[in-house]
Write a protein that binds this ligand. Structure first.
Ligand code: HEC
Ligand code: SF4
Ligand code: SF4
Ligand code: SF4
Ligand code: SF4
Length: 586
């Protein structure tokens, strides 16, 4: 009774969780113009897209990906053999236990004539599947905690998931082991049911036979047994053989039965098999209810994500579907951290300790943000920094075994986070070039905003100079700055400049404005000149510096070999450290 109730509760939570999660794919948006579509439009687009794929030539791609990516898991194999073994073990062990054991009434019994869980090959297979899961979990723990794979972060969710899976499998084995030894099951559930002979000799014969051959621990009879008794037992066992293969083939449970043999009688009297049965079933209920909210949910989402990515052509797909796919991908992440071990900014994480630099952790923050969780300004700042340090190197997207298009995600989310309005000094990162390339996908106002915010934040720190109007006050020249820039590897070419203005002429940013000096304060060659003059504040505050895309056109065109772009980077880094140092003093 309690059991039925808990099973129903677990199923209800599972069902509601599933609906909640799946509806989220159509409700949420990680940015990138998805807000323009209503949930209904997105569902309609998804149905249409799915139908077109299944009915059209896309079905071939879908089947190929189903075979290679989902069933063979080649993306994991490509990455690391040990991980592949781990994953195949857990995946197939778990799925087969679920289908053949947990759902035996609906699947195995229907498929196989005369199915009994106590017959072979089922009994042996069940042990093999369970062993596979345990081996997989073992490898996972080894990789996370003993091998200490760098940047493989384990969080509480990973721990819970592993603990629940382990509890289900271990209690399952213990249950089988306890049942094999159980006199209670033997006598009350089986003997009385299938033989029910009152003859003393027959009782002794079959019981002895089961003790000898099936691992039963009897309170009444112990070896050594008389040959004749065993022979009679074997004869009587014909009543049982239709449903019972040798328990030895359940090699793990049988081993457990052997191990608990000395205490088996007292355990059986205490009703251990019932207790473990409750534990097993409750662990399964908890696992089921928790599934949509745990990492194990990727059992469902990752295959979908892989298939969707295999058939979706980004350029031709309905934009509504792109948005849906991105949210789905957030759920498909298994937190395997492959991306993080490959991230080209991993070094930066090791120095600063900001976990949002690592794609696997950044994704977790993005998931929370997308689901509407309020992040405080410190969290946004950390995420923003993580997003800005990304070099768009594509490595994470390339290796992700779940096939998640992280690249696109970072770009969209970056825009969303930027709108939150915290100034980001790292707009100087190569990313600004990437954003420049993608200018068509961003609104003009949104595009300008980060540069303006950075510039404003710098202005507050460098207020000694008013760049607008009035003659330039050379007394504000900063000797330190000049010396530093001249001494730096990048900056030491600036004094070669002979003011030919080529750099300004080729600059695509300058070309973007009708009256560049109004918007940019200074144009590239002027910045070089102000730098020669040591006018640090003037340079730091100029709009040009913050809008520079880092495209290197100026540097490549300069007849004097002035490393214009590199100097700009140097200048931006100088500003960055100045503003950072100031704010850390506050
Ligand atoms: C109609 C099929 C059937 C027959 C006949 C049958 N059993 Fe079973 N027996 C089962 C099933 C099924 C289980 C597992 C029950 C469970 O999982 O709760 C089981 C479990 C047991 C167990 C507990 C150990 C285990 O592997 O789960 C013992 C001991 C046992 N049977 C003994 C016997 C004996 C002795 C006979 C003959 C008198 C017999 N059974 C006849 C189906 C049968
Ligand atoms: S694209 Fe960004 S997050 Fe991904 S690996 Fe490269 S630097 Fe790291
Ligand atoms: S994004 Fe991909 S590679 Fe990174 S942790 Fe998630 S599933 Fe693994
Ligand atoms: S192109 Fe070179 S020399 Fe000409 S103004 Fe620019 S930095 Fe100076
Ligand atoms: S690198 Fe040079 S040409 Fe390119 S945007 Fe910056 S200043 Fe202009």
């Amino acid at each position: 009774m309690i059991l039925k109730i808990s099973l129903y509760i677990a199923l209800t939570i599972f069902g509601l969780g599933l609906i909640y999660k799946i509806s989220g794919w159509f409700r949420y948006s990680p940015g990138g113009g998805a807000k323009e579509f209503s949930t209904a439009q997105r569902i309609a687009a998804a149905i249409e897209g799915t139908a077109l794929t299944i009915l059209g030539p896309g079905i071939l791609k879908l089947l190929k990906s189903l075979f290679l990516d989902v069933l063979l898991q080649r993306r994991i194999l490509k990455e690391n053999l040990l991980r592949w073994v781990m994953h195949i073990c857990i995946f197939y062990g778990f799925i087969l236990l679920l289908l053949m054991h947990a759902l035996e009434d609906f699947i195995t019994a229907k498929l196989f004539y005369n199915y009994y869980s106590t017959l072979n090959p089922y009994m042996c297979l069940r042990n093999i599947f369970g062993l596979m899961v345990i081996v997989g979990v073992g490898i996972s723990i080894y990789r996370r905690h003993i091998q200490n794979t760098p940047r493989l972060n384990s969080n509480i969710m990973d721990g819970y998931t592993i603990a629940i899976v382990a509890a289900i499998i271990i209690s399952g084995f213990l249950l089988e082991g306890a049942k094999i030894t159980s006199y209670d099951v033997y006598k009350n559930d089986m003997y009385d049911e299938y033989l029910a002979d009152e003859d003393e000799e027959i009782i002794e014969a079959l019981e002895s036979y089961w003790v000898e051959n099936y691992g039963l621990v009897s309170p009444n009879y112990a070896p050594p047994f008389d040959e004749e008794i065993l022979e009679l037992g074997a004869e009587m066992n014909e009543n049982c053989m239709d449903c019972h293969s040798s328990t030895r083939s359940a090699f793990i449970s049988y081993g457990i039965a052997k191990a608990i043999k000395p205490v088996a009688v007292s355990l059986d009297e205490a009703g251990i098999h019932r207790i473990v049965w409750y534990i097993h079933i409750f662990a399964c209920c908890i696992g089921l209810a928790y599934l949509p909210f745990s990492r194990m949910f990727h059992l469902i989402t990752t295959p979908i994500s892989l298939l969707v990515n295999a058939v979706m052509d980004n350029d031709k797909s309905d934009p509504a579907n792109k948005a849906t796919r991105q949210v789905l991908e957030l759920d498909a992440c298994t937190h395997c951290s492959t991306c993080s071990t490959r991230c080209s900014m991993g070094v930066s994480y090791e120095i600063s300790g900001n976990i949002n630099i690592l794609p696997s952790e950044k994704l977790a923050a993005v998931r929370a943000l997308t689901a509407g969780k309020r992040l405080d300004s410190r969290e946004v700042q950390a995420l923003q920094e993580g997003l800005y340090q990304c070099t768009n190197c594509l490595k994470c997207t390339d290796v992700c075994p779940a096939g998640i298009n992280l690249q696109e995600l970072w770009f969209n989310v970056r825009e969303v986070v930027l709108r939150k309005g915290l100034p980001e000094m790292l707009t100087l990162s190569p990313l600004s070039y990437y954003r420049g390339l993608k200018i068509g996908e961003t609104e003009q106002e949104g595009y300008e905003k980060p540069a303006m915010l950075a510039q404003e934040a710098v202005s507050e720190k460098c207020s000694s100079f008013d760049t607008k109007g009035g003659p330039i006050d050379l007394s504000l020249s900063d000797r330190q700055f000049e010396k530093y820039l001249g001494g730096s590897l990048q900056g030491n070419t600036f004094s070669n400049c002979f003011a030919c203005t080529t750099c300004t002429t080729v600059c695509p940013v300058v070309a973007n404005y009708e009256v560049p000096v109004d918007e940019l304060d200074m144009v590239p060659h002027q910045i070089i000149h102000a730098a020669i003059g040591g006018l640090s504040d003037m340079v730091f505050r100029s709009g040009m510096l913050w809008r520079c895309l880092g495209c290197y056109q100026c540097q490549e065109s300069c007849p004097q070999g002035v490393k214009v772009t590199d100097i700009f980077y140097e200048l931006k880094n100088m500003t960055f450290s100045r503003v950072r140092n100031d704010s850390s003093e506050v």
